[in-house]
Ligand binder design. Sequence first.
Ligand code: ATP
Ligand code: ZN
Length: 297
Amino acid sequence: MKDLTTNTPGAETVKLKLAIQKSGRLHDDSIKLLKECGIDISNGVNKLKAEASNFPIEVFFLRDDDIPQYVEDAVADIGFVGENVVYEKKKKVDVVEKLGFGKCRLSLAIRKGEEYTGPQFLAGKKIATSYPVILGDYLKTQGVSAEIHEISGSVEIAPGIGLADAICDLVSSGSTLFMNGLKETESILQSQAVLIRYQQLEAAKQQLLDRLMFRIQAVKKAKNNKYVLLNAPNAKLKEIIGLLPGMKSPTVLPLAEEGWSSVHSVLNENDFWDIIEQLKAAGAQGILVVPIEKMIV
Ligand code: ATP
Ligand code: ZN
């Protein structure tokens, strides 16, 4: 088989340079996604960068806040980083794909005991945040004039120590807000990790990115779908097939037992439970649900 990772002798080997978070909430999921794409960077991982043994890619480990700048400057060709950071930094990079991990929201919160009356509540107030750009844009669109106090960490303690009247910070479960005597009032941005790209990526690197994107999309699709196998009495087959979307149409195989068939199909996670209930009600038996590792359509 032709080894796609080796280029012609003498020619410079083209490698895609990917920046991911060095440590923190996005690190493990970024490595996991590469692994699911069949990209192995376990060899020779040092603190700064790692090279894949089976795909022309080099991975740089950086602070997430710096990733948009490195990609704008083509120090890295692509990066995995939260949308919150991309929109805050406003660097010239393309957002290519949502990656499905690192989900959180950027929200406004005020002291628990206070009554929230809508965005105008914030007028003339002091808001602590690490996201002054996104918050500033939000306040502008709401026509609210407030004082933005930029701090780099532990934003949630600001109201408690009298530093601010409200905060604008990343939230996932809300438990940090609760523990600090705060309540969430508005969510101003939904965020997840995205793949960003240098805007003038050369053709050879774009080809590598296309190969990587093909794998990422297959992994994402597989996660959103389940493979379902069930037994159906032939008398109910038409009704049961009618409930199943399938990639094209479901596979139907005769069972050894007369009058029964085995039906195989793919179900989307969103309508999964609804359809399973309907299948059961329609007479399906022995329903098996199997995770899909990769899905190429
Ligand atoms: P670094 O040292 O790399 O700058 P950091 O402290 O800024 O790290 P983390 O707390 O690891 O970063 O968060 C990285 C990203 O994870 C955030 O920018 C955001 O996109 C995402 N994220 C997901 N859930 C949360 C959450 N509950 N709180 C903060 N960030 C979250
Ligand atoms: Zn950061």
